[in-house]
Design a protein around this ligand. Structure first.
Ligand code: HDL
Ligand code: ZN
Length: 450
């Protein structure tokens, strides 16, 4: 007996659109990859309610928004070396850096890039007047904010239920904070992810650091070394209460190992391979943690730009498939940085249930590509993928990154549900609620549980 169609059956585009808009606006999202921190990690931002910690990790407010490394890259497209060099820029105060970017990218040119538009969306969502372009007026607002209350406000406005951090154990500043204060990560609004790129991409350097920390590891990863890496990871998984583990990998990464290319050696690539297979994946399996691989980044393509100098290149999807096949007891979050990898990544996810595709990463986090990727993924994977993460580095960016992405997801869903209804399918509001909760929340939490 066909289930009776309730009154909330949606049989036309207008009804579908209204339902999708309402459901998307109501569904909180878990942001599964950010570079955000709670106030417990200190903030370099001065305000009426908090003293500034120059090496603090919680970034927020107009000067941090304007000096986001995406905008630094765009600044150096429009100034000549005679006007400003990256060296002179980085020697400026944060406020002077922000004013320089505001002048060149917002006042002297229209802020039409996604990163520029994002600053203005953020200010607008906070109820500030972007029409009069008054930078000092923005500063007055932010100077009055209490960082802790501001976290709540931004999360409520952006409908972000939980913020997932990136906790790089090889970052001395961050690592020492965890060692100095075991409770530092206890803010219930944030969860931790242990990040350790160097274990795979630069094992000799990682081994040296681990020896400094008291771990008995060799430059050649023998069995004792692999056991020590598993101990190291287990201790830091526990200390941070990480919900998954993560690395970013260069476009030359291969599995099984081969030389990573320029500046790498076959020995170093093999060491990374052995640490991955002999320590990282067993440690993740022991802790029932998924392993996230963000593949395709080449660091320092233009070293002068600092954090703005990285680039993405096409990477090897076959290596991802081989890893998923050889480690069926591990679960893998994967995102890739090249547009050219997106279709084959989605097809590879059709082959492996332990592969969860996520996000429109970094140079893909632009409306045109988010739309293209989300449509393609839905046509290949249905609702079994995680469409987006923010990658936010500045707290307030949640306001624009999520509003821009929800709008695109809305357009995709309206089209896909309209195609569905055109087949005579009886679509209900509850169907949309279930699907949107999967895309923004449950696909992530279910994959964490395994
Ligand atoms: O490695 C990463 O996690 C990347 O997201 C980088 O942090 C990058 O600089 C970034 O912020 N992308 O949005
Ligand atoms: Zn990131």
């Amino acid at each position: 007996m066909w289930q009776a169609m309730t009154s909330d059956t949606l049989d036309n585009r207008q009804a579908i659109e209204a339902a999708v808009v309402r459901v998307l606006n109501d569904q909180p999202v878990i942001d599964m990859h950010t570079h955000l921190y709670p106030p417990s990690f200190g903030t370099p931002v001065r305000s009426s309610a908090a003293s500034a910690d120059p090496k603090g990790l919680m970034l927020w407010g107009i000067d941090e928004l304007l000096t986001y490394h995406y905008l630094i890259a765009e600044l150096f497209r429009v100034v000549t070396p005679a006007e400003l060099t990256p060296e002179r820029y980085y020697a400026m105060s944060r406020q002077d850096q922000a004013e320089t970017i505001w002048k060149h990218l917002f006042i002297e040119r229209s802020p039409v890039s996604e990163a520029c538009r994002g600053v203005l969306t953020t200010l607008q969502k906070l109820g500030l007047d972007t029409y009069h372009r008054n930078l000092d007026g923005f500063r007055t607002y932010f100077a009055e904010q209490d960082p802790n209350k501001y976290v709540d406000r931004v999360m409520a406005l952006s409908k972000v239920e939980s913020i997932t951090m990136t906790n790089d154990v090889f970052d001395d500043n961050e690592r020492q904070r965890w060692l100095d204060d075991p409770s530092i990560g206890e803010d219930p609004r944030f969860t931790a992810v242990l990040r350790f790129d160097q274990l795979i991409v630069d094992w000799p350097h990682a081994a040296g650091r681990m020896r400094d920390w008291g771990y008995d590891v060799a430059d050649e990863p023998d069995d004792k070394t692999l056991a020590e890496v598993r101990r190291f990871l287990g201790e830091w998984f526990e200390r941070t209460r990480s919900i998954y583990a993560a690395v970013s990998l260069p476009p030359t990464w291969r599995f099984p190992a081969s030389c990573h290319g320029h500046g790498d050696t076959a020995a170093r690539a093999k060491a990374g391979h052995d640490v991955l297979t002999g320590a990282i994946l067993p440690a993740c399996a022991d802790a029932n943690l998924p392993f996230a691989m963000m593949i395709g980044v080449k660091r320092g393509v233009n070293p002068a730009l600092g954090g703005a100098g990285d680039m993405g290149f096409k990477s090897d999807i076959e290596s991802v498939g081989r890893l998923c096949a050889e480690f069926p007891n591990n679960r893998f979050f994967v995102t890739m940085l090249a547009r050219e990898n997106q279709h084959e990544l989605a097809v590879m996810a059709r082959k492996f249930g332990n592969l969860m595709v996520f996000g429109c990463w970094w140079f893909l986090n632009n409306p045109t590509l988010i739309d293209e990727m989300t449509r393609m993924r839905m046509e290949l994977l249905g609702t079994s993928f995680i469409p987006q993460h923010s990658d936010a580095r500045v707290l307030d960016q949640l306001l624009y990154k999520w509003s821009h992405s929800r709008r695109i997801l809305r357009n995709v869903l309206i089209d896909k549900y309209s195609d569905l209804v055109d087949t005579g399918w009886g679509l209900r509001v509850d169907d949309i609620k279930r699907d949107v909760r999967l895309l923004l929340h449950d696909n992530f939490t279910n994959f964490l549980k395994g």
